[in-house]
Design a binder for this molecule. Structure first.
Ligand SMILES: Cc1cc2nc3c(=O)[nH]c(=O)nc-3n(C[C@H](O)[C@H](O)[C@H](O)COP(=O)(O)OP(=O)(O)OC[C@H]3O[C@@H](n4cnc5c(N)ncnc54)[C@H](O)[C@@H]3O)c2cc1C
Length: 483
């Protein structure tokens, strides 16, 4: 029986495990941590629970396919609800409450500025065509330039607008900056600014507005726990507390892994650990050509995040997802990607207790707070700055909501870019992986069948088609074509 190893039980590794678990292989997943999930794992601080990373779940059909591949029905295995309100967006001069119903959003935009509703509906129509055109590109491998001649790619070209950014593309529908920011902040899901992200990524807000945003009872971390359970039910093995030390390579082919000093042979190996970390730490440089540590260093990486996970002995009427935009959002985005820090930053606040009572005891709240910050290429003494940023972040939430948060804090944990790098093995703390600029997409992104070494494959946010849960799950489905 063919033996396959997966390094890492993050969403990518687990989805790959699901997809391969019915194929009759001997399957082993090695996870360094004491639980599955990676950047998407569950964090518990006493009775307060949190998702460490992802909280936005969309485009469910890909996850449905992952579950089907393993012989299960996603909706029977997990309790998933569609959110009535997508999110609340707090700008300086206006607050938008985005509904799951596009007609309600159109009226809301019209109230803010007559005619804006029409711009929004026109934008939605255009994105529908775009998604239909590009979805097949994202569902297939894209190993070289010849793939630009594929009929599906040629058909999609008129919709790609490769020389427009998300920001400039949206401005062709309406030039109002609050309109543009309300439909482009999603570029941050890729760790990029809207004026940099290629316009193809306007499909992200479209997926939310047209197909909905979802919540999983217990948190998105529960997807990982369920996948781990089903992989084991299908005969796979998950080894926790098992950091892989080295991928053993001989004559250009992956042969096995070194775990706890022991060499274990495998026929094929899949890397789910952060791509750039793996190239630096798991493979001897002499086996690499295209992705040596020196070449990785020259690549562009996403921003990082500063996190606060706060347990409170009270409740607030916060929405499920809320974004407080900085006063000068464009200057903030430019600074963020230019490695500069500012006091005028944006904050995302997640209050899942609104729809799910499993996060905190009755009358209490688990609040997840995310501030996008430059990754570790920016010079910053985080041992000092994290305290400053913590205070500023709490001040901002308190002043926006007119509340006293500090006096209700029972527990709190912070993660800064060093935490992502040291505890989660994320290169430069760039949590959304390699940036998604055109030189690092499609055939120019590390391929699912690794180019430098045979019998080695990639899954997760650092490979094709990209970072973010739907594309990460898709990277696992693409592996079906090779294994
Ligand atoms: C704060 C934050 C918010 C995010 N929000 C969203 C969101 O709302 N929606 C969305 O779609 N995406 C979001 N993302 C992005 C993305 O979905 C997650 O980061 C996702 O967890 C990445 O999955 P992955 O499988 O690529 O990597 P990881 O989750 O990092 O999984 C890799 C696994 O490999 C393990 N590993 C590493 N080194 C070794 C080793 N040597 N041996 C064994 N195991 C090893 C790690 O412990 C980890 O379990 C967010 C990310 C962060 C950090």
């Amino acid at each position: 029986m063919k033996k396959i190893a997966i390094i890492g039980a993050g969403p990518g590794g687990l989805a790959a495990g699901m997809v391969l678990s019915k194929k009759g292989y001997e399957l082993h997943i090695f996870e360094k941590d004491n639980q599955v999930g990676g950047r998407s794992k569950r964090l518990s601080l006493g009775d307060y629970h949190f998702d460490v990373g992802p909280t936005f779940l969309m485009y469910l059909e890909i996850l449905e396919e992952v579950f089907q591949s393993a012989g299960y029905d996603l909706h029977k295995e997990l309790d998933i609800i569609r959110l009535e309100e997508l999110y609340t967006l707090m700008f300086n001069d206006v607050t938008f409450h985005m509904s799951k119903d596009p007609n309600e959003n159109a009226s809301m935009y019209d109230k803010y500025q007559p005619g804006m509703g029409k711009s929004y509906l026109n934008w939605l129509k255009a994105q529908e065509k775009k998604l239909n055109a590009i979805s097949s590109i994202l569902k297939k491998p894209f190993p070289n330039y010849f793939h630009f001649l594929r009929p599906d790619v040629l058909r999609a070209l008129p919709y790609l607008h490769p020389f427009q950014s998300v920001f400039t593309h949206l401005s062709t529908f309406n030039k109002n900056h609050n309109f543009i920011h309300s439909l482009s902040f999603q570029a941050k899901y890729l760790g990029m600014a809207s004026y940099q992200a290629p316009s193809i990524f306007t499909i992200l807000p479209y997926l939310e507005h047209a197909l909905g945003l979802y919540h999983v009872k217990g948190g998105l971390n529960q997807i990982n726990h369920k996948m781990a359970e089903l992989i084991e039910k299908n005969g796979g093995h998950i080894h926790l507390n098992s950091p892989v030390e080295e991928i053993i390579v001989d004559k250009g082919a992956a042969k096995g892994l070194r775990v706890n000093g022991e060499a274990i042979l495998f026929d094929d190996i899949i890397i789910n650990a952060d791509f750039a970390y793996a190239m630096n730490h798991l493979i001897k440089p002499e086996h690499l050509k295209k992705y040596t540590p020196e070449k990785i260093e020259k690549k562009r990486f996403s921003v990082s995040t500063f996190m606060l996970y706060i347990g409170l002995d009270t409740t607030y009427d916060f929405p499920h997802h809320e974004i407080i935009f900085s006063k000068d959002y464009e200057a903030y985005l430019k600074g963020l990607t230019g490695n500069q820090f500012t006091d005028d930053f944006s904050v995302y606040v997640h209050n899942p207790g609104l729809n799910d009572d499993s996060y905190a005891p009755k009358g209490h709240t688990s609040l997840f707070v995310l501030v996008p910050v430059p990754n570790l290429s920016a010079e910053q003494d985080w041992s000092v700055y994290k305290e400053i940023l913590k205070e500023q972040t709490i001040d901002l939430i308190e002043s926006k909501h007119g509340i006293d948060l500090r006096n209700h804090i029972q527990v709190m944990k912070m993660i800064d870019p060093n935490g992502w790098a040291n505890d989660y093995n994320v290169y430069r703390g760039a949590v959304f992986n390699l940036a998604h600029n055109l030189p690092q997409m499609l055939n120019r992104r590390p391929q699912n069948q690794f180019e430098d070494i045979s019998h080695l494959y990639l899954v997760g946010g650092g490979t094709h088609p990209g970072s973010g849960l739907p594309t990460i799950y898709q990277s696992a489905l693409i592996l079906k074509k090779y294994l």
